[in-house]
Ligand binder design. Structure first.
Ligand code: SF4
Ligand code: SF4
Length: 436
């Protein structure tokens, strides 16, 4: 997967120039009951029930928070099916037969600007909780839990960096919805009584600078500034982004809010606007489709719950169909690899990459040190691999090498001269390091 990244880096520029188009609405939509963060769920509807679009139909339960489940179309609940989730796991999905009427639930209603101005931080937090706002850049962390912080916020950081090659969902969102994004940031400023927001993008994207210079000139008192950061990977890592934007160093294991920083992804800011303005959960998102395994790349506006197969059909199907395919959800560096295309678009899927499989052989380590030099966290991936290869595994040594601080950027695997999948070893080491 990492080796392919070299080939697909250049495709990001082409993909980023394709306007977002609505994806065809599927006959059946699928809503996950559980996900990577929530292992249990209660479903409030029974088979045969009619549901409205955006209706509350269940509740997921995690260790320390609940997450509402909403229907993403109107239609009939016809049962459950198991499909792959973006986490790479097979999970249960609620299957809804789309009636293509999009009858909205009565809970969706517009708030006037005056009503919004009167909302307190607690009111906004409650709206985000009820609308199931999560980190739409891929983190899936509940936004309302972040908003519950008691820490004073001095900087609001909006992540528009989108570091990964071949992912352009946020880029298109920023180009096509600047006004809604600025309004979403203003709602955050109101919640935290902080009028110091930085919208962070990479310096190389002049198209974004042009759009936001013009948009911010129309909102001179909004307290938002465009912050053009360096063009390296992983500039989007929250620790690197916060340091680049503010100079504040958030130590690993600490929350940005402890240092007066509240950071959210730019598509999440757009979602916050929809949640607060219309009391509407996010039921659509931008998804980029790319890779040499499909005929045409595309940027789609996709209804949450859409099977990725229907998106691949809309891209002209598979290129070189006789070749075996590799499926990645998210970016090529940090995304999840799936065994086939039986997967559903959930709220946090930014991208689908389909590659023609290439066989390559792992070679012995030549001790070049590239993996150590490339690690932004300062880990020693080669030593972690060696500790994991010891028989039996030397748990104390694994723990001492601190794999839990790995942010899974994939640079060690990418830079390895011998094509060793070091990140796989580090991920397994993380599991070992969590054992008592
Ligand atoms: S993936 Fe590799 S390079 Fe990136 S933080 Fe983890 S160990 Fe370091
Ligand atoms: S980059 Fe690869 S070959 Fe070089 S030291 Fe690390 S594991 Fe060994």
């Amino acid at each position: 997967m990492i080796a392919k990244t070299r080939r697909i880096q250049d495709s990001k520029k082409i993909l980023g120039e394709l306007p977002t188009v609505p994806a065809p609405a599927p006959e059946f939509l699928f809503i996950a009951t559980d996900n990577a963060r929530c292992g249990k769920a209660d479903v409030f509807i029974k088979e045969g029930d009619h549901v409205n679009c955006c209706q509350l139909i269940g509740m997921r339960h995690a260790a320390f928070f609940d997450q509402p489940i909403h229907a993403t179309c109107s239609g009939t609940f016809v049962g459950y099916e198991r499909h792959y989730h973006r986490s790479g796991k097979l999970v249960n999905f609620i299957k809804i037969h789309n009636d293509f009427k999009d009858t909205m639930d009565p809970s969706v209603k517009e708030r006037s600007d005056d009503e919004i101005k009167k909302l307190t931080k607690d009111d906004i937090t409650e709206i985000l909780k009820n609308c199931a706002s999560v980190g739409l850049g891929g983190s899936s962390f509940p936004t309302y839990v972040k908003f519950q912080t008691k820490n004073k916020i001095d900087h609001i950081i909006i992540d528009g960096i989108e570091c990964e090659p071949s992912v352009t969902a946020d880029h298109r969102m920023m180009l096509e919805h600047p006004e809604e994004i600025i309004k979403g940031i203003e709602i955050m400023e109101q919640a935290f009584d902080c009028h110091n927001a930085l919208l962070c993008v990479k310096k190389k994207y002049q198209d974004l600078a042009d759009v936001y210079d013009a948009e911010l000139a129309r909102h001179p008192d909004c307290g938002v500034k465009l912050c053009r950061l360096k063009n390296f990977y992983p500039q989007g890592w929250e620790i690197a982004m916060i340091k680049g934007a503010t100079g504040i160093v958030v130590p690993h294991g600490h929350l940005p809010s402890e240092y007066g920083v509240m950071n959210v992804n730019v598509t999440t800011a757009y979602g916050i606007y929809l949640n607060v303005k219309f009391n509407k959960p996010v039921i659509e998102r931008n998804v980029s489709i790319s890779g040499d395994g499909i005929v045409h790349p595309a940027n789609f506006r996709v209804r949450v719950g859409t099977p990725i197969k229907s998106l691949l059909d809309a891209c002209g199907g598979y290129a070189e169909p006789e070749k075996k395919k590799v499926f990645i959800l998210g970016g090529p560096m940090m995304g999840a690899s799936l065994p086939n295309d039986d997967c559903i678009i959930t709220k946090t899927v930014t991208s689908v990459i389909v590659l023609n499989e290439e066989k390559w052989k792992e070679q012995p380590c030549i001790r070049c040190g590239s993996c150590v030099l490339s690690c932004p966290v300062g880990l020693q991936p080669v030593q972690i691999m060696n500790a994991m290869k010891s028989v039996p595994v030397d748990k104390a040594r694994v723990k001492a090498l601190n794999p839990l601080s790995c942010m899974e950027c994939g640079l060690c695997s990418y830079s390895c001269t011998s094509k060793i999948p070091l990140l796989d070893y580090v991920r397994r080491a993380k599991i070992i390091a969590k054992l008592p």
